[in-house]
Design a protein around this ligand. Structure first.
Ligand code: ZN
Length: 442
Protein backbone atom coordinates (compact mmCIF):
# COMPACT_ATOMS: atom_id res chain seq x y z
CA UNK A 1 0.00 0.00 0.00
CA UNK A 2 1.54 3.29 -1.18
CA UNK A 3 -0.18 6.49 -0.05
CA UNK A 4 0.73 9.87 -1.50
CA UNK A 5 0.39 12.71 1.06
CA UNK A 6 -0.17 15.14 -1.78
CA UNK A 7 0.57 18.83 -2.34
CA UNK A 8 0.91 20.12 1.24
CA UNK A 9 0.37 23.78 1.98
CA UNK A 10 3.89 23.66 3.44
CA UNK A 11 6.23 20.90 4.62
CA UNK A 12 9.25 20.82 6.94
CA UNK A 13 11.50 18.92 4.51
CA UNK A 14 13.62 19.77 1.48
CA UNK A 15 12.65 18.65 -2.04
CA UNK A 16 9.14 17.65 -0.96
CA UNK A 17 7.02 20.45 -2.45
CA UNK A 18 4.52 17.89 -3.78
CA UNK A 19 4.56 15.87 -0.57
CA UNK A 20 5.70 12.34 0.24
CA UNK A 21 4.78 8.71 -0.27
CA UNK A 22 4.15 6.39 2.68
CA UNK A 23 4.59 2.66 2.16
CA UNK A 24 3.85 0.36 5.09
CA UNK A 25 5.36 1.84 8.23
CA UNK A 26 7.94 3.96 6.39
CA UNK A 27 8.43 6.94 4.13
CA UNK A 28 9.15 5.60 0.64
CA UNK A 29 10.02 8.88 -1.10
CA UNK A 30 9.73 12.65 -1.12
CA UNK A 31 7.97 14.20 -4.10
CA UNK A 32 9.71 17.31 -5.37
CA UNK A 33 8.43 20.25 -7.42
CA UNK A 34 6.96 19.14 -10.78
CA UNK A 35 7.28 15.42 -9.93
CA UNK A 36 4.60 12.73 -9.73
CA UNK A 37 5.20 9.46 -7.88
CA UNK A 38 4.57 6.11 -9.57
CA UNK A 39 2.39 3.16 -8.43
CA UNK A 40 0.12 5.02 -6.03
CA UNK A 41 -2.72 3.09 -4.30
CA UNK A 42 -4.23 6.00 -2.38
CA UNK A 43 -3.95 9.77 -2.18
CA UNK A 44 -4.40 12.05 0.82
CA UNK A 45 -5.12 15.66 -0.16
CA UNK A 46 -2.85 17.74 2.11
CA UNK A 47 -3.48 21.06 0.37
CA UNK A 48 -4.85 22.58 3.60
CA UNK A 49 -2.16 21.08 5.84
CA UNK A 50 1.28 22.07 7.07
CA UNK A 51 3.21 18.80 7.34
CA UNK A 52 5.88 18.18 9.98
CA UNK A 53 7.82 15.09 11.00
CA UNK A 54 6.05 13.80 14.12
CA UNK A 55 7.25 15.76 17.16
CA UNK A 56 9.42 13.88 19.68
CA UNK A 57 9.06 14.67 23.37
CA UNK A 58 12.24 13.93 25.31
CA UNK A 59 11.20 14.58 28.91
CA UNK A 60 8.00 14.09 30.89
CA UNK A 61 6.62 12.63 34.11
CA UNK A 62 3.20 11.35 33.12
CA UNK A 63 2.00 10.78 36.69
CA UNK A 64 2.30 14.51 37.38
CA UNK A 65 -0.77 15.18 35.21
CA UNK A 66 -2.67 14.26 38.39
CA UNK A 67 -1.13 17.19 40.30
CA UNK A 68 -1.26 20.11 37.85
CA UNK A 69 -1.50 23.59 39.33
CA UNK A 70 -1.43 22.06 42.82
CA UNK A 71 -1.94 24.64 45.61
CA UNK A 72 0.83 23.07 47.73
CA UNK A 73 3.41 23.53 44.99
CA UNK A 74 2.61 26.55 42.87
CA UNK A 75 4.88 29.60 43.09
CA UNK A 76 7.88 27.69 44.49
CA UNK A 77 11.41 26.94 43.21
CA UNK A 78 12.51 23.35 42.49
CA UNK A 79 13.58 22.01 45.92
CA UNK A 80 10.63 23.56 47.82
CA UNK A 81 8.30 22.45 45.01
CA UNK A 82 9.64 18.88 45.20
CA UNK A 83 9.50 18.55 48.99
CA UNK A 84 5.89 19.81 48.92
CA UNK A 85 4.93 17.25 46.27
CA UNK A 86 6.84 14.06 47.25
CA UNK A 87 4.40 13.09 50.07
CA UNK A 88 1.42 13.77 47.80
CA UNK A 89 2.92 11.71 44.96
CA UNK A 90 3.73 8.85 47.36
CA UNK A 91 -0.01 8.00 47.30
CA UNK A 92 0.14 7.04 43.59
CA UNK A 93 -1.62 3.75 42.73
CA UNK A 94 -1.31 1.61 39.57
CA UNK A 95 -4.77 2.49 38.19
CA UNK A 96 -4.04 6.20 38.68
CA UNK A 97 -0.72 5.94 36.84
CA UNK A 98 -2.54 4.13 34.04
CA UNK A 99 -5.03 6.97 33.60
CA UNK A 100 -2.26 9.56 33.87
CA UNK A 101 -0.24 7.81 31.14
CA UNK A 102 -3.29 7.51 28.89
CA UNK A 103 -4.18 11.17 29.38
CA UNK A 104 -0.61 12.42 28.87
CA UNK A 105 -0.01 10.29 25.77
CA UNK A 106 -3.32 11.40 24.25
CA UNK A 107 -2.62 15.05 25.08
CA UNK A 108 0.85 14.80 23.52
CA UNK A 109 -0.47 13.08 20.41
CA UNK A 110 -3.14 15.73 19.88
CA UNK A 111 -0.35 18.33 19.87
CA UNK A 112 1.48 16.52 17.04
CA UNK A 113 3.76 14.28 19.11
CA UNK A 114 4.41 10.76 17.78
CA UNK A 115 7.23 9.62 20.11
CA UNK A 116 7.19 10.25 23.84
CA UNK A 117 9.86 9.66 26.47
CA UNK A 118 8.58 9.36 30.01
CA UNK A 119 10.80 9.47 33.08
CA UNK A 120 9.08 7.48 35.81
CA UNK A 121 11.20 7.43 38.98
CA UNK A 122 8.52 7.15 41.67
CA UNK A 123 8.15 3.68 43.19
CA UNK A 124 5.97 3.69 46.33
CA UNK A 125 4.92 0.23 47.51
CA UNK A 126 2.44 -1.36 45.11
CA UNK A 127 3.66 0.51 42.02
CA UNK A 128 6.43 -1.94 41.08
CA UNK A 129 4.97 -2.44 37.58
CA UNK A 130 5.01 1.22 36.53
CA UNK A 131 7.01 0.55 33.35
CA UNK A 132 4.69 -2.30 32.34
CA UNK A 133 1.67 0.01 32.72
CA UNK A 134 3.21 2.74 30.55
CA UNK A 135 4.18 0.24 27.84
CA UNK A 136 0.62 -1.16 27.77
CA UNK A 137 -0.86 2.33 27.41
CA UNK A 138 1.55 3.37 24.63
CA UNK A 139 0.80 0.17 22.72
CA UNK A 140 -2.96 0.65 23.06
CA UNK A 141 -2.69 4.16 21.61
CA UNK A 142 -0.17 3.19 18.92
CA UNK A 143 2.40 5.73 20.12
CA UNK A 144 6.13 5.23 19.88
CA UNK A 145 7.80 5.48 23.27
CA UNK A 146 11.03 5.44 25.22
CA UNK A 147 9.95 4.35 28.69
CA UNK A 148 12.56 5.34 31.23
CA UNK A 149 12.99 2.99 34.17
CA UNK A 150 13.71 5.76 36.63
CA UNK A 151 14.99 5.30 40.14
CA UNK A 152 15.73 6.98 43.48
CA UNK A 153 17.77 5.30 46.25
CA UNK A 154 18.97 8.27 48.31
CA UNK A 155 16.26 9.35 50.77
CA UNK A 156 16.23 11.88 53.61
CA UNK A 157 17.86 9.47 56.06
CA UNK A 158 20.91 9.21 53.76
CA UNK A 159 21.07 12.94 53.08
CA UNK A 160 18.89 12.91 49.94
CA UNK A 161 15.83 15.02 49.20
CA UNK A 162 12.93 12.51 48.79
CA UNK A 163 11.20 10.73 51.72
CA UNK A 164 11.77 7.00 52.37
CA UNK A 165 8.30 6.12 51.06
CA UNK A 166 9.16 6.71 47.37
CA UNK A 167 12.67 5.21 47.05
CA UNK A 168 13.93 1.64 46.50
CA UNK A 169 17.27 -0.02 47.28
CA UNK A 170 19.91 -0.41 44.59
CA UNK A 171 19.53 -4.17 44.28
CA UNK A 172 15.78 -3.94 43.67
CA UNK A 173 16.26 -1.14 41.14
CA UNK A 174 18.91 -2.96 39.12
CA UNK A 175 16.99 -6.25 39.12
CA UNK A 176 13.83 -4.53 37.88
CA UNK A 177 15.81 -2.54 35.30
CA UNK A 178 17.06 -5.80 33.87
CA UNK A 179 13.58 -7.32 33.98
CA UNK A 180 12.00 -4.50 31.93
CA UNK A 181 14.94 -4.32 29.51
CA UNK A 182 14.50 -8.03 28.76
CA UNK A 183 10.73 -7.71 28.47
CA UNK A 184 10.29 -4.51 26.48
CA UNK A 185 13.50 -2.99 25.05
CA UNK A 186 13.76 -3.19 21.27
CA UNK A 187 17.00 -1.64 19.94
CA UNK A 188 16.16 -2.34 16.28
CA UNK A 189 15.30 0.45 13.78
CA UNK A 190 11.56 1.12 13.64
CA UNK A 191 11.07 0.02 17.28
CA UNK A 192 7.82 1.14 18.89
CA UNK A 193 9.06 0.60 22.46
CA UNK A 194 12.50 1.25 23.89
CA UNK A 195 13.58 1.28 27.52
CA UNK A 196 16.07 3.75 28.98
CA UNK A 197 17.62 3.64 32.45
CA UNK A 198 17.10 6.84 34.38
CA UNK A 199 18.39 7.43 37.93
CA UNK A 200 16.44 10.54 38.88
CA UNK A 201 18.86 13.31 39.86
CA UNK A 202 22.10 13.91 41.82
CA UNK A 203 20.12 14.69 44.98
CA UNK A 204 18.14 11.43 45.00
CA UNK A 205 20.59 8.72 43.87
CA UNK A 206 23.91 7.20 44.91
CA UNK A 207 27.06 7.32 42.78
CA UNK A 208 27.10 3.57 42.72
CA UNK A 209 23.61 3.38 41.19
CA UNK A 210 24.77 5.76 38.42
CA UNK A 211 27.79 3.55 37.67
CA UNK A 212 25.83 0.29 37.70
CA UNK A 213 23.06 1.76 35.51
CA UNK A 214 25.68 2.79 32.93
CA UNK A 215 27.12 -0.75 32.93
CA UNK A 216 23.66 -2.23 32.39
CA UNK A 217 22.97 0.22 29.54
CA UNK A 218 26.14 -0.98 27.77
CA UNK A 219 25.06 -4.59 28.14
CA UNK A 220 21.56 -4.05 26.82
CA UNK A 221 22.36 -1.29 24.30
CA UNK A 222 19.95 1.28 25.72
CA UNK A 223 19.99 5.03 26.44
CA UNK A 224 20.62 6.64 29.83
CA UNK A 225 18.72 9.62 31.17
CA UNK A 226 18.79 11.85 34.25
CA UNK A 227 18.04 15.38 35.44
CA UNK A 228 21.25 17.41 35.49
CA UNK A 229 22.28 21.00 36.14
CA UNK A 230 18.69 22.13 36.50
CA UNK A 231 19.28 24.55 39.38
CA UNK A 232 22.07 26.09 41.44
CA UNK A 233 20.67 24.23 44.49
CA UNK A 234 21.55 20.99 42.76
CA UNK A 235 25.12 22.15 42.08
CA UNK A 236 25.58 23.08 45.76
CA UNK A 237 24.10 19.74 46.84
CA UNK A 238 26.46 17.83 44.58
CA UNK A 239 29.54 19.70 45.78
CA UNK A 240 28.57 19.13 49.41
CA UNK A 241 27.60 15.44 49.08
CA UNK A 242 30.39 14.14 46.85
CA UNK A 243 32.76 17.07 46.32
CA UNK A 244 32.03 17.11 42.59
CA UNK A 245 30.27 19.40 40.16
CA UNK A 246 27.37 17.57 38.42
CA UNK A 247 29.25 17.14 35.11
CA UNK A 248 32.25 15.66 36.97
CA UNK A 249 29.85 13.22 38.60
CA UNK A 250 28.75 12.14 35.10
CA UNK A 251 32.37 11.64 34.11
CA UNK A 252 33.22 9.60 37.22
CA UNK A 253 30.25 7.27 36.79
CA UNK A 254 30.72 6.45 33.10
CA UNK A 255 27.99 8.74 31.78
CA UNK A 256 30.01 10.88 29.31
CA UNK A 257 28.60 9.10 26.28
CA UNK A 258 26.20 9.47 23.39
CA UNK A 259 23.94 6.99 25.20
CA UNK A 260 23.09 9.81 27.57
CA UNK A 261 20.57 12.60 27.31
CA UNK A 262 20.05 15.03 30.17
CA UNK A 263 16.91 16.87 31.21
CA UNK A 264 17.38 20.65 31.54
CA UNK A 265 21.17 21.12 31.31
CA UNK A 266 21.23 24.76 32.38
CA UNK A 267 24.11 25.45 34.76
CA UNK A 268 27.20 24.40 32.78
CA UNK A 269 30.43 26.35 32.47
CA UNK A 270 32.03 26.71 28.99
CA UNK A 271 34.57 23.95 29.64
CA UNK A 272 31.77 21.56 30.64
CA UNK A 273 29.81 22.38 27.48
CA UNK A 274 32.87 21.48 25.37
CA UNK A 275 33.29 18.17 27.23
CA UNK A 276 29.58 17.28 26.86
CA UNK A 277 29.66 18.17 23.16
CA UNK A 278 32.77 16.06 22.58
CA UNK A 279 31.13 13.07 24.23
CA UNK A 280 27.87 13.57 22.27
CA UNK A 281 25.74 13.87 25.43
CA UNK A 282 22.26 15.13 24.46
CA UNK A 283 20.19 17.75 26.29
CA UNK A 284 16.42 17.99 26.58
CA UNK A 285 15.52 21.68 26.73
CA UNK A 286 12.40 22.09 28.90
CA UNK A 287 11.71 25.79 28.44
CA UNK A 288 8.28 26.02 30.10
CA UNK A 289 9.32 24.16 33.25
CA UNK A 290 12.51 26.22 33.50
CA UNK A 291 10.48 29.43 33.30
CA UNK A 292 7.79 28.26 35.78
CA UNK A 293 10.34 27.18 38.41
CA UNK A 294 12.69 30.05 37.45
CA UNK A 295 15.53 27.53 37.10
CA UNK A 296 17.44 29.37 34.35
CA UNK A 297 17.92 29.12 30.56
CA UNK A 298 19.50 26.16 28.77
CA UNK A 299 22.51 27.19 26.62
CA UNK A 300 21.03 25.46 23.56
CA UNK A 301 23.11 27.23 20.91
CA UNK A 302 26.45 26.69 22.68
CA UNK A 303 25.59 23.02 23.31
CA UNK A 304 24.62 22.43 19.69
CA UNK A 305 27.76 24.21 18.46
CA UNK A 306 29.85 22.00 20.75
CA UNK A 307 28.31 18.84 19.26
CA UNK A 308 25.53 17.92 21.67
CA UNK A 309 22.14 16.89 20.27
CA UNK A 310 19.50 19.36 21.52
CA UNK A 311 15.90 18.23 21.84
CA UNK A 312 12.75 19.60 23.46
CA UNK A 313 10.74 18.32 26.41
CA UNK A 314 7.47 19.42 27.95
CA UNK A 315 8.64 18.12 31.39
CA UNK A 316 6.25 16.85 34.04
CA UNK A 317 2.82 18.35 34.30
CA UNK A 318 3.35 19.77 37.77
CA UNK A 319 5.95 22.22 36.47
CA UNK A 320 4.72 23.04 32.93
CA UNK A 321 1.69 22.23 33.53
CA UNK A 322 0.74 21.29 29.97
CA UNK A 323 1.88 18.40 27.77
CA UNK A 324 1.61 20.28 24.49
CA UNK A 325 4.66 19.80 22.25
CA UNK A 326 3.76 22.64 19.87
CA UNK A 327 3.62 24.94 22.88
CA UNK A 328 7.08 23.67 23.84
CA UNK A 329 8.30 24.61 20.35
CA UNK A 330 6.94 28.14 20.74
CA UNK A 331 8.41 28.49 24.24
CA UNK A 332 11.83 27.41 22.95
CA UNK A 333 11.65 30.08 20.25
CA UNK A 334 10.67 32.82 22.69
CA UNK A 335 13.22 32.06 25.40
CA UNK A 336 15.92 31.37 22.79
CA UNK A 337 15.41 34.79 21.24
CA UNK A 338 15.45 36.47 24.62
CA UNK A 339 18.85 34.92 25.27
CA UNK A 340 20.50 34.99 21.85
CA UNK A 341 18.70 37.60 19.71
CA UNK A 342 15.88 37.63 17.16
CA UNK A 343 17.95 36.34 14.24
CA UNK A 344 19.78 33.57 16.12
CA UNK A 345 16.92 31.18 16.95
CA UNK A 346 14.49 30.75 14.03
CA UNK A 347 11.23 28.82 13.71
CA UNK A 348 13.19 26.25 11.68
CA UNK A 349 15.72 25.82 14.52
CA UNK A 350 13.06 25.09 17.12
CA UNK A 351 11.17 22.73 14.79
CA UNK A 352 14.47 20.93 14.13
CA UNK A 353 15.07 20.59 17.90
CA UNK A 354 11.54 19.18 18.39
CA UNK A 355 12.03 16.55 15.68
CA UNK A 356 15.51 15.50 14.57
CA UNK A 357 17.27 16.92 17.65
CA UNK A 358 14.91 15.13 20.03
CA UNK A 359 15.23 11.90 18.03
CA UNK A 360 19.04 12.08 18.35
CA UNK A 361 18.70 12.55 22.13
CA UNK A 362 16.78 9.27 22.22
CA UNK A 363 19.52 7.61 20.17
CA UNK A 364 17.35 7.30 17.06
CA UNK A 365 18.17 7.93 13.42
CA UNK A 366 14.97 6.35 12.07
CA UNK A 367 12.53 9.08 13.17
CA UNK A 368 12.43 12.90 13.23
CA UNK A 369 12.86 13.61 9.50
CA UNK A 370 10.75 13.37 6.38
CA UNK A 371 13.11 11.32 4.28
CA UNK A 372 13.04 8.01 2.39
CA UNK A 373 13.66 5.10 4.77
CA UNK A 374 12.56 7.00 7.90
CA UNK A 375 9.52 5.83 9.84
CA UNK A 376 6.24 7.35 8.63
CA UNK A 377 5.60 9.52 11.72
CA UNK A 378 3.86 12.75 10.71
CA UNK A 379 1.97 15.68 12.24
CA UNK A 380 -0.39 17.68 10.00
CA UNK A 381 -1.77 21.04 11.08
CA UNK A 382 -4.54 23.12 9.50
CA UNK A 383 -4.36 26.90 9.66
CA UNK A 384 -8.09 27.54 9.82
CA UNK A 385 -8.46 28.93 13.34
CA UNK A 386 -8.80 32.69 13.91
CA UNK A 387 -5.28 32.80 15.37
CA UNK A 388 -3.79 31.98 11.92
CA UNK A 389 -6.02 34.25 9.83
CA UNK A 390 -3.87 36.63 7.79
CA UNK A 391 -0.68 34.55 8.17
CA UNK A 392 1.72 34.51 5.19
CA UNK A 393 4.50 31.97 5.82
CA UNK A 394 2.60 28.77 6.83
CA UNK A 395 5.55 27.09 8.55
CA UNK A 396 6.47 30.19 10.58
CA UNK A 397 2.77 30.68 11.37
CA UNK A 398 2.66 27.34 13.22
CA UNK A 399 5.22 28.64 15.70
CA UNK A 400 4.50 32.37 15.76
CA UNK A 401 0.68 32.21 15.83
CA UNK A 402 0.74 29.38 18.39
CA UNK A 403 -0.46 26.13 16.79
CA UNK A 404 -1.55 23.80 19.56
CA UNK A 405 -3.63 21.01 18.07
CA UNK A 406 -2.86 18.75 15.10
CA UNK A 407 -5.60 17.87 12.62
CA UNK A 408 -3.97 14.56 11.68
CA UNK A 409 -1.21 12.48 13.25
CA UNK A 410 0.37 9.38 11.73
CA UNK A 411 2.57 6.91 13.63
CA UNK A 412 4.33 4.11 11.71
CA UNK A 413 2.09 4.65 8.68
CA UNK A 414 -1.21 4.59 10.61
CA UNK A 415 -3.48 7.56 11.34
CA UNK A 416 -3.78 7.95 15.10
CA UNK A 417 -5.45 11.38 15.07
CA UNK A 418 -8.15 12.14 12.51
CA UNK A 419 -9.98 15.49 12.29
CA UNK A 420 -8.37 16.59 15.55
CA UNK A 421 -9.64 13.56 17.51
CA UNK A 422 -7.62 10.57 18.81
CA UNK A 423 -8.64 7.33 17.08
CA UNK A 424 -10.32 4.84 19.44
CA UNK A 425 -10.29 7.13 22.49
CA UNK A 426 -13.41 8.56 24.11
CA UNK A 427 -11.80 11.86 25.10
CA UNK A 428 -14.65 13.13 27.30
CA UNK A 429 -14.77 9.86 29.23
CA UNK A 430 -10.99 9.81 29.64
CA UNK A 431 -10.91 13.37 31.00
CA UNK A 432 -13.76 12.57 33.42
CA UNK A 433 -11.95 9.45 34.74
CA UNK A 434 -8.60 11.24 35.00
CA UNK A 435 -10.20 14.22 36.73
CA UNK A 436 -11.83 11.86 39.26
CA UNK A 437 -8.48 10.11 39.88
CA UNK A 438 -6.79 13.47 40.49
CA UNK A 439 -9.16 14.19 43.42
CA UNK A 440 -7.20 11.68 45.54
CA UNK A 441 -4.19 14.04 45.37
CA UNK A 442 -5.94 17.15 46.65
ZN1 ZN B 1 11.77 16.35 34.99
Amino acid sequence: MRTWIKDPLAIFADSAERGLVVEGTRIAERVGRGATPERIDATFDASRHVVLPGLVNTHHHFYQTLTRAHPSAINKPLFAWLTALYPIWSRLKPNQLRLAARLALTELMLSGCTTAADHHYLYPEGLENAVDIEVEEARALGMRMTVSRGSMNLSEKDGGLPPDSVVQDEETILADSERVLKLFHDPKPGAKIRVALAPCSPFSISKDLMTESARLAERYDCQLHTHLCETEDEERFCLKMCGLRPVDLLEETGWMSSRVWLAHGIHFNPHEIARLGNAGVGVSHCAASNMVLASGICPTCELEAAGSPVGLGVDGSASNDSSNMMEAVRHALMIGRLRYGADKVTHRDVLRWATEGSARCLGRSDIGRIEAGYEADLALFKLDEPRFSGAHDPLAALVLCGAHRADRVMVAGEWRVVDGAPVGVDLDALVAQHQAAARDFA
